[in-house]
Ligand binder design. Structure first.
Ligand SMILES: Cc1cc2nc3c(=O)[nH]c(=O)nc-3n(C[C@H](O)[C@H](O)[C@H](O)COP(=O)(O)OP(=O)(O)OC[C@H]3O[C@@H](n4cnc5c(N)ncnc54)[C@H](O)[C@@H]3O)c2cc1C
Ligand code: FES
Length: 269
């Protein structure tokens, strides 16, 4: 489906953790078309002095009800203003970007063993991928990292989907492994799958760039295909301004239209 600019109606906007919120909007065209890994570009209403849209991954969608959920973190001017929104319309462009190739590989008949690694709000764009893998009957494990127990806001949803708890790490040790989640990824790559014993065929990772870089290196060392979601700062979101460039082995690429999903081995970290 080509891009649409949809007037998405705010349905709810709830705080679910420290500086973490889930925004639900009614956006039937985008909800029915969005694929795992793609994102939307939202014009936050009431901030006319800040005309730039903001990119957000889609955390969940209900295509029958026409609903989209975005998990967002307050980090700066617009995301700190967004919790004040309780109703109204958000002009939303989407679906934008490419998709994780995990499900595509499955469609090709290669149902590999997958490991999904989400750091912080980076867990959000992996949830639609997890749902796809589950629907297709493909084995996968999940590693989640967050600063604290309270910030592990996607834990319940992943647990419900996979029927057991993902492997978790918190920076302060308040839940799961103490420290960054890379040690859990190293362990999994070493020991193999939980859902299905044996080596992994595919790793998908989203989170802070240092996390993605380290996991990419681990996957490379283990000779496992790895994809990353490069969440660069974006202005236009349609490939025109070059604000979101990623250096790759085949030259400069725009994260918005050539990504956001990249082969980790292609990225010049
Ligand atoms: C494809 C894509 C998907 C994204 N999905 C999500 C999501 O699901 N949930 C979510 O909370 N955020 C997501 N982001 C990041 C989100 O777009 C930014 O946090 C938001 O634009 C910040 O706007 P602001 O006005 O609050 O911050 P600003 O005032 O513009 O900036 C505040 C601080 O945030 C930093 N920042 C801004 N944009 C980014 C970025 N893209 N990556 C890293 N740091 C940034 C700035 O460098 C600055 O330090 C995504 C970004 C991309 C490109
Ligand atoms: S945001 Fe303008 S080219 Fe990507």
């Amino acid at each position: 489906m080509s891009l649409v600019n949809e007037r998405a109606r705010i349905v709810s906007n709830d705080q679910i953790g420290p500086r973490l919120h889930v925004l639900t909007v009614e956006s039937p065209q985008i909800a029915s078309a969005i694929m795992p890994g793609q994102f939307v570009h939202m014009k936050v209403p009431g901030r006319n002095e800040n005309i730039l849209r903001r990119p957000f991954s889609v955390y969940a969608r209900d295509s029958e009800a026409g609903m989209l959920e975005v998990l967002y973190q307050e980090v700066g001017e617009l995301t700190s203003y967004m919790p004040t929104l309780s109703d109204g319309i958000i002009e939303t462009i989407g679906p934008i970007g490419n998709t994780w190739s995990g499900p595509a590989r499955v469609h090709d008949g290669a149902c590999g063993n997958a490991l999904l690694v989400g750091g912080g709000v980076g867990a959000a764009p992996l949830f639609l991928l997890a749902e796809s893998l589950k629907q297709l009957g493909c084995p996968f494990d999940v590693v989640l990292g967050a600063q604290t127990r309270d910030a592990l806001v996607t834990l319940r949803r992943y647990s419900d989907l996979i029927g057991c708890e993902p492997c978790c790490a918190t920076d302060d040790g308040s839940y799961g492994r103490s420290g960054f989640c890379m040690s859990l990824v190293e362990e999994r790559l070493d020991q193999g799958g939980i859902a299905q014993p044996g080596p992994y065929d595919y790793v998908a990772v989203c989170g802070p760039e240092p996390l993605m870089k380290i996991v990419a290196g681990m996957a490379h060392a283990a000779q496992v295909a790895c994809e990353v979601s490069m969440e660069k700062r974006m202005a236009c979101g349609i490939g025109a301004c070059l604000s979101c460039v990623v250096d790759t082995k085949s030259g400069k690429k725009r994260s918005c239209v050539d990504g956001p999903i990249f082969d980790a081995g292609e990225v010049m970290w």
